[in-house]
Design a binder for this molecule. Structure first.
Ligand SMILES: [Zn+2]
Length: 314
């Protein structure tokens, strides 16, 4: 729209096309800033559109940045259950515990072997399926107690994980993963997805609240902003959640059958690593007592007694 561009000229300076009168060069140069100013505002001039385009691009980047940081804040677990952004109080809340375990033990081979030995899902089925509902109620109570520490931030057993009925376990549910560039907002977050139904295997039941407890422990152990997938198992990422799962299931079983907590139950399940074949009930009892003694599963695992147990000396 050249006419608008020229509209800013005082009438006496307009090129008079009728008599071909030209503006004196000196006069023309004086008017240039006005031309530039008008062009920037109107965006009609080809020559001047390059800087304008750049400005627009910069502006878009700024908008993107602003949008991203805003979404980073807004897309927290309250809006999307089980989706923990950088602002979630859950993410990394126990990361230091894992760092300490790795630092103090130098990730000794016994720990790695033990992790492999206990991370066999089939070995977690110890509750008879006819006790399913009662087991779930007890598991819910334990999970509620565990989540209570985040009460002031609005984290509940319902929104701390994403409950799904996808029924594609391990692929779409009962897993925790870092969701970064793949999500729509390009914001960093950790997603914990748990199947709404518990699992049944050969007449034994694994409560959904036990799975949720396990997955939430993963969220707590992941470092904020961490890029590496937890499935890149270089960081003992399964050792603490899985040991805790064993302790928890043993507790639930004992409550269900009114057994003494200190009793060693024979589940007819043995785990095999450097220390030899060790009964599941023994592992549960050993680490439950250590956890009580040290006030946390990470400190318990890193303790001298734990290392001696893993080396087969206890
Ligand atoms: Zn796990």
């Amino acid at each position: 729209m050249p006419s608008q561009l020229w509209y800013n000229f005082p009438m006496e300076s307009l090129p008079d096309k009728s008599n071909q009168r030209k503006i004196p060069r000196r006069e023309f140069l004086k008017k240039l800033p006005i031309i530039a100013g008008s062009a920037m505002a109107l965006g009609t001039d080809n020559i001047l559109s390059a800087p304008h385009h750049k400005e627009k691009q910069t502006k878009n980047v700024e908008i993107e940045k602003d949008r991203k940081s805003r979404l980073q804040k807004e897309l927290n677990f309250n809006n999307i259950p089980g989706s923990h952004t950088l602002d979630s109080v859950v993410v990394g809340s126990r990361h230091e515990e894992v760092e300490r375990l790795i630092g103090e033990t130098n990730m000794c081979p016994e720990l790695i072997d033990f992790e492999k030995a206990i991370y066999v899902p089939v070995d977690k089925y110890i509750i008879p399926v006819d006790k399913k509902d009662e087991a779930e109620r007890i598991a819910e109570r334990y999970f509620s107690e565990y989540v209570k520490k985040y009460k002031n931030s609005g984290v509940t057993i319902e929104n701390s994980v994403h409950w799904t009925t996808a029924d594609v376990r391990m692929a779409a549910s009962d897993k925790t993963f870092i969701d970064d560039a793949e999500n729509n907002s390009y914001t960093w977050r950790v997603c914990a997805v748990v199947e709404n139904k518990g699992r049944i295997l050969k007449g034994k039941y694994l409560p959904r609240y036990v799975v949720a407890y396990h997955e939430l422990m993963h969220v707590e152990e992941i470092e904020r902003g961490e890029k590496v997938s937890i499935f890149n198992n270089q960081k003992l990422s399964e050792i603490l959640p899985t040991t805790q799962t064993i302790i928890l299931l043993d507790r639930i079983y004992k409550e269900l059958f009114s057994r003494n907590l200190s009793e060693e139950i024979d589940y007819e399940i043995f785990l095999n690593w450097g220390a030899g074949k060790v009964a599941l009930g023994k592992i549960a009892n050993f680490y439950r007592k250590l956890e009580e003694k040290y006030g946390g599963i990470g400190l318990a695992m890193a303790s001298q007694e734990s290392l001696e147990f893993l080396y087969g000396k206890i």
